[in-house]
Ligand binder design. Structure first.
Ligand code: SF4
Length: 257
């Protein structure tokens, strides 16, 4: 049985922890609005547009010049950013940028999306998974016996600096052509041992609803495929994309089984 002193002490510790959590919540909320408002003011954007995934994609921050207008970066950081982005492009949605706390350059989202000069100097491999030598047809990557990757775009709402498919990101958005996709579907169909298809890219949810639906219908119609997965960061980088229409498309694919 705990003694009175221990219970009192535990109560004091709880009060202290709650007081800190309450301060933290208020602080983060206040700064979030400060930053979010600054970014919204910069774009002079209505709530409707801000909540539109298409507006967010059309207004991605993709250049050092634009970032400097919004974010407090030094001239030196600006020059480094220009240098790196000439070789490795970057992009981030206004929404995702607004989540960086207090314009802090140590914030994980800043480090995830905004290029650092080290990218030019620390080697690494352009194709660390050797995927280009595992491409038997169309836009398929096959590295395992019963599953494949289907690459459908090289576009993303935000380009992660650590991306293992950096070689696909390139200099501009590329939407995979119909013929290449058809070749990929045919390959999956003619290999009944493939039971798991991971749709990825880039980020498949940057595609239009009709594109996503067509791809899903095609794969779902292959009887030997049991599992369809979508590799995406959109729920965090562009949650506005998760519309009721998209949810209906995804739900229909589940019911389709
Ligand atoms: S493919 Fe994935 S990891 Fe690579 S940049 Fe896009 S979201 Fe990030």
């Amino acid at each position: 049985m705990a003694n009175k002193e221990s219970i009192q002490r535990s109560g004091i510790l709880t009060d202290k922890a709650l007081s800190f959590l309450s301060f933290k919540r208020e602080f983060l909320e206040k700064n979030k609005h400060f930053q979010s408002n600054k970014i919204r003011n910069y774009f002079n954007v209505s709530d409707n547009d801000w909540n539109s995934w298409k507006w967010q994609l059309q207004n991605q921050i993709k250049t050092a010049e634009k970032l400097k207008e919004i974010f407090d970066i030094t001239q030196h950081e600006f020059e480094q950013l220009v240098k790196v982005s000439e070789k490795f492009r970057f992009a981030i949605t206004p929404y995702y940028l607004s989540l960086i706390q207090n314009f802090n350059k140590s914030d994980p989202i800043y480090l995830q999306c905004i290029p650092q000069i080290d990218e030019l100097y620390y080697g690494g491999k352009i194709d660390p998974m050797n995927e280009s030598n595992n491409n038997p047809a169309g836009t398929i990557t096959r590295r395992y016996p019963d599953r494949v990757i289907l690459n459908v775009t090289n576009s993303c709402a935000a380009f992660c600096r650590h991306c293992q498919r950096r070689r696909n990101i390139g200099e501009k958005d590329i939407y995979i052509n119909e013929a290449s996709l058809e070749e990929s579907f045919e390959y999956i169909k003619s290999h009944p041992e493939i039971r798991d298809v991971l749709i990825t890219g880039g980020d498949p949810l940057t595609l239009s609803d009709s594109c996503i639906e067509n791809i899903l219908i095609k794969i779902r119609s292959i009887e030997t495929v049991e599992i369809i997965r979508i590799g995406t960061r959109i729920p965090v980088t562009l949650p506005q994309r998760i519309t009721s229409e998209l949810i209906t498309i995804l739900k229909n694919m589940v019911l389709f089984i």
